[in-house]
Design a protein around this ligand. Structure first.
Ligand code: SF4
Length: 369
């Protein structure tokens, strides 16, 4: 099947034509429904890739990741001028640093709003996040003059929950969609900027298709994001099949619905149902258990850790995480990339060798140091 997916630019134009506001949202977790209740449409900014980073480089150390370098450069070049506000979740030190630079030094025309997230999912974490979301709503009320009712919030929440449910269904039936790795992830990642109702329509269309499962060596991809996205077609070409993922932009945001009738608590509950994520302080033991189960359920033979260079939360976990997975019989490889650069040829060689090792020595977990 062929997919027609609107681009970010087309979606933004449509929002602006309808009089909506745009929030540029940095990674990873945030309350989509809360923004939509105020007619603010979240458009996520994961870099973007392949940006001239010289403008951001003047404010950042060379060892800050390319997501932050690119985002700052993009903003300074005017790439975020369409945004009415920039929401920066406190995902990691680098994003917290970006928020400080923007608020204290650069002071762009857009309002910069930080969002603090708890590092666990205990009752006190739910309460903390509930109050954080309530105060975010108060801030939006002050800015927009709108005072939505609980029913307004709950309607937006249910619309997002429906999209999340369809996203989960796409994951469950990915092998039957007939889509290659690249097209499947183009579809999943359109959730980063399509309004929920449009994403739901697209997902429902895709779910109507039933194809034979695609052949290929089954692998999991883990990391922050699959950029440059050519890596996915490269895996296709080398007869690899991504059967599951542990990506911050995709599988780590498979939220379950909340249960509370209080909209703010319900949004907090939902965000905290997300799978284990190193940026939210989940233990390595939890991640080993989660990834082992993911491999068992999907039939994956190995894991490609596809990492953004200098991403501390990801890279700190890898030595112990990989050692634990190796004990469970799961081979893995680490590929590090700078999303501003084209994909190095060496990546193809390494992924090719890893896939070959998985087929010729499926029990060998020593590959890819
Ligand atoms: S790539 Fe890593 S360090 Fe960079 S913003 Fe994302 S989580 Fe933070």
């Amino acid at each position: 099947m062929s997919l027609t997916i609107l681009t970010r630019k087309e979606v933004i134009k449509d929002i602006k034509d309808r009089g909506g506001s745009v929030a540029a949202v940095l990674p990873i977790h945030y309350p989509r429904a809360l923004l939509r209740t105020f007619d603010i449409y979240p458009i996520e900014v994961w870099g973007p890739p392949k940006v001239d980073v010289s403008l951001g480089g003047a404010h950042l150390q060379a060892y800050v990741c390319s997501i932050v370098h690119n985002a700052l450069s993009f903003l300074k070049k005017g790439g975020l001028d369409v945004a009415d506000l920039v929401l920066i979740p406190h995902t990691c030190d680098s994003l917290q640093g970006l928020a400080s630079i923007l608020m204290d030094l650069i002071q762009p025309k857009q309002t910069i709003i930080p969002l603090y997230l708890p590092r666990d999912k205990r009752e006190e974490d739910v309460v903390f996040l509930t109050e954080e979301l309530r105060s975010l709503a108060t801030r939006f009320s002050d800015q927009t003059g709108k005072h939505p009712s609980n029913e307004d919030f709950l309607a937006a929440i249910k619309r997002e929950e429906r999209s999340d449910l369809l996203l989960a269904k796409l994951y469950q039936t990915r092998q039957k969609t007939g889509l290659g790795n690249l097209d499947f992830y183009r579809l999943l990642r359109s959730r980063e900027y399509l309004p929920a109702e449009d994403f739901s329509k697209l997902a429902e269309e895709t779910l109507k298709t039933t194809s034979e499962p695609r052949p290929g060596i089954p692998v999991i991809i883990s990391g922050i994001l699959p950029e440059p996205m050519e890596v996915l077609s490269m895996i296709d070409e080398m007869n690899g099949q991504v059967v599951a993922d542990d990506l911050a932009c995709c599988g780590r945001r498979l939220y379950k619905p909340g249960t509370s009738t209080d909209p703010f608590r319900r949004m907090a509950e939902s965000i905290l149902t997300a799978p284990p994520d190193p940026t939210r302080g989940n233990s390595i033991a939890e991640r080993i258990e989660y990834l082992t189960e993911m491999a068992q359920n999907s039939g994956a033979k190995g894991i490609i850790f596809y990492e953004v260079k200098f991403c501390e939360p990801e890279l700190f976990d890898l030595p112990n995480l990989r050692a634990g997975l190796k004990e469970k019989g799961l081979a893995s490889i680490i590929i590090e990339v700078d999303i501003s650069n084209p994909l190095p040829r060496q990546v193809a060689t390494r992924i090719g060798a890893f896939l070959e090792m998985l087929t010729s020595h499926p029990k060998d977990t020593s590959c890819g140091a």
